[in-house]
Design a protein around this ligand. Structure first.
Ligand code: NDP
Ligand code: 8X3
Length: 248
């Protein structure tokens, strides 16, 4: 199968590319950092195609997809993985630009990619869209404000896709991980403060990018009559907080 992975230049996306290709499939590696995806494509060989695109730009997506070479256009699996969290400040302090960027990437980018590839999948009577949600879309936490809201959007959009796609043969899944280390997620969230990023995982055994890649691969290789609507993963060391109560 051919899988298009957004955010293939790092973290989950790069791990997914390695997993699909090592299992005999072809992967289109999409991201903004061209050198990164070209390097990964060199590692993976002919089964990988690097494609520079910015999911926040409809023009960039359309240009990249139009330029796909013959033989790479019938995409079986779209993994909408590109995404980010910015900041952990409370809602009344966080810069509005951070909210704009998260909404543009995690929501607008994801729906634009999906809308671009769905018609082909429906016409072929098969396909799968895996959207990267998060536990942040299921449970609120301080500083999660718009990030969590974008991931709740991702889950509901995925379920609404399911509603529209019944009978088409096209499947859709919300894949919602919890604490996961070894990616650039926290480095991006803390804007290059790598010490703050490392602290997030201190003393934990978090999920790994390979755990998420293996889950995506499992979802994509289930028999065609099986649709995973939504799946949530946490590391065993992660649990739930009590409600915060401000006492007099
Ligand atoms: P990373 O920061 O390691 O990777 C994010 C990827 O997204 C990069 O390849 C980056 O590539 C790409 N990306 C960001 N913005 C854009 C854009 N505008 N256009 C194209 N690509 C873009 O993060 P993770 O691998 O950890 O996270 C991947 C996904 O999983 C995200 O959606 C995240 O919200 C979600 N997630 C992560 C969890 C975690 O704990 N790590 C837990 C739950 C969900 P480039 O900069 O080259 O464009
Ligand atoms: C990433 C997991 O808990 O940092 O989506 O929001 S969390």
């Amino acid at each position: 199968m051919i899988v298009l992975i957004t955010g293939a230049s790092a973290g989950f996306g790069a791990a997914m590319a390695r997993t699909f290709v090592s299992n005999g499939h072809r992967a289109i590696l999409a991201a903004r950092r061209t050198e990164r995806i070209e390097e990964l494509a060199r590692e993976l060989g002919e089964a990988a195609l690097p494609v520079t695109l910015d999911v926040t730009s409809r023009a960039s997506i359309e240009a990249a997809l139009t330029k796909l070479p013959e033989g790479w256009r019938d995409i079986d699996v779209l993994i909408n993985n590109a995404g980010l969290a910015l900041n952990t400040k409370p809602a009344h302090e966080v810069p509005l630009e951070d909210w704009d960027t998260m909404i543009a990437t995690n929501c607008q980018g994801l729906v634009t990619m999906t809308r671009a590839l769905l018609p082909g999948m429906v016409a072929r009577g098969s396909g799968l869209v895996i959207n990267l949600g998060s536990v942040a879309g299921h449970y609120p936490y301080p500083g999660g404000n718009v990030y969590g809201a974008t991931k709740a959007f991702v889950e509901q959009f995925t379920l609404n896709l399911r509603a529209d796609l019944v009978g088409t043969g096209v499947r859709a899944t919300n894949l919602a991980p919890g604490l996961c280390g070894g990616t650039e997620f926290s480095n991006v969230r803390f804007k290059g403060d790598d010490a703050a990023a490392a602290k997030v995982y201190e003393g934990t055994t978090p999920l790994t990018a390979e755990d998420i890649a293996n889950t995506a691969y499992w979802i994509a290789t289930l028999p065609p009559h099986v649709n995973v609507n939504s799946i949530e993963l946490m590391p065993t060391c992660q649990g739930f907080s009590p409600f915060a109560i401000k006492r007099n």
